[in-house]
Design a protein around this ligand. Structure first.
Ligand code: SF4
Length: 369
């Protein structure tokens, strides 16, 4: 593992009243830049130049848009902002994973993770600073909730990570998952426009963008209604009500039968395979009997189960299930006709589970029980 800490620049916030371009739907962005250019008496190709710099070149500020005359750049920089997120910390894992801790303009810090494999480069983004849902296995939940991220703070994570991907791997991001800090379905007002910006602005196909939720049913229904057919992943972690509510408080609000109903509706409407995330915690949710219960839940769905050995956090005493029992759990699912694979958490040496990098940087984990 290698890591570097960068003192974030004084967070020079956006100019008061400047319109954050990364928070606009692409059509709106083009319209506003078009009006600006018209007012400035500039030809229409200037609009295309800016759109290209925002989405393709991933510009950090208007000074980079060197195809524009200097005066025009300065005026555009007063009227519009490109939302600064500064790398407060960067960690590189031996397995190629790169985790960024981004400092936002008000000092909040959120994480994104670049995960390279042979055929894809996935970016995991955060949707909230902290989280109110308090899942017991989660480092982010341990902090509580600070605030929602704005649309532009979500898409700026992508913009900055894309620049890092080009620099570090000489590759482009191919997939985006909303699996970082926060529950995306609890911040739909900002996450749903961000889906549009990533898809139609930055050009990531809807089939390559996945929203991961702990099971907020209204959010799943709203995603189902989107015409693009974005991907859905559901963190299940237990196949029955009693055990799930021990691990995840959300089970009280949206119990498994209601959740499964929403998932079935999503699948019927989109035709897309659903992913279940299932952490394996030693002695808690990893028996073969529970594998059978999980298989029953999957029986009438086209789904895939990701089995993930729990990544320990300081806040709880749980341990990961040993490898032989992980394999036994997977075999049991396979025998029941369920597609499943064991995913070793990437970037273990850089604190890969969501919220862990911030936990380490803040030192808060050291005092946790
Ligand atoms: S797992 Fe997701 S929903 Fe649960 S506490 Fe962590 S960030 Fe929040």
């Amino acid at each position: 593992m290698t890591a570097e800490t960068t003192a974030p620049n004084a967070t020079a916030g956006d100019d008061a009243g400047a319109v954050p371009l990364l928070g606009l739907e692409p059509d709106d962005l083009e319209r506003r830049i078009g009006s600006f250019m018209e007012e400035a008496g500039e030809p229409s190709f200037r609009t295309e130049q800016v759109v290209n710099w925002v989405y393709d070149q991933c510009a950090l500020d208007f000074d980079e848009i060197t195809t524009l005359p200097t005066e025009l750049r300065a005026e555009a920089g007063r009227r519009f902002s490109l939302t600064a997120v500064e790398p407060a910390y960067t960690a590189r894992s031996e397995d190629g994973t790169i985790k960024h801790l981004w400092q936002l303009e008000d000092g909040e810090q959120v994480e994104s993770v670049l995960i390279p494999t042979e055929d894809r480069l996935t970016l995991c983004v955060s949707s909230q600073a902290g989280c109110a849902l308090g899942c017991r296995f989660c480092a982010t939940g341990h902090f509580g909730f600070n605030r929602h991220l704005s649309t532009e703070e979500i898409t700026a994570q992508f913009r900055n990570a894309q620049r890092a991907a080009r620099r570090e791997y000489d590759r482009e991001i191919t997939n985006v998952v909303f699996m970082g800090m926060g529950e995306p379905m609890a911040n739909r007002d900002n996450v749903f426009p961000a889906l549009t910006v990533l898809n139609r602005g930055f050009g990531i196909g809807a089939r390559r963008i996945t929203v991961s939720t702990v099971g907020l049913v209204p959010g799943i229904r709203a995603l189902t209604e989107r015409p693009e057919n974005f991907g859905l992943a559901v963190s299940l972690h237990a196949p029955n009500h009693d055990l799930r509510q021990e691990i995840m408080r959300i089970e009280k609000r949206f119990p498994i039968p209601e959740l499964m109903e929403a998932i079935r509706e999503y699948q019927a409407e989109t035709g897309r395979r659903v992913t279940f995330e299932y952490l394996l915690i030693d002695g808690l949710n990893d028996s073969e009997e529970l594998a059978d219960q999980l298989a029953d839940l999957c029986a009438d769905l086209d789904c895939f189960v990701n089995l993930i050995p729990f990544n320990p956090i300081p806040a709880v005493e749980w341990e990961p299930t040993p490898d032989d029992r992980v394999a036994a759990f997977a075999r049991r699912l396979h025998r029941n006709g369920v597609s499943a694979a064991v995913r070793q958490p990437r970037g273990r040496d850089i604190a890969a589970a969501c919220g862990q990098l911030r936990l380490e940087q803040s030192g808060e984990g050291e005092d946790a029980e």
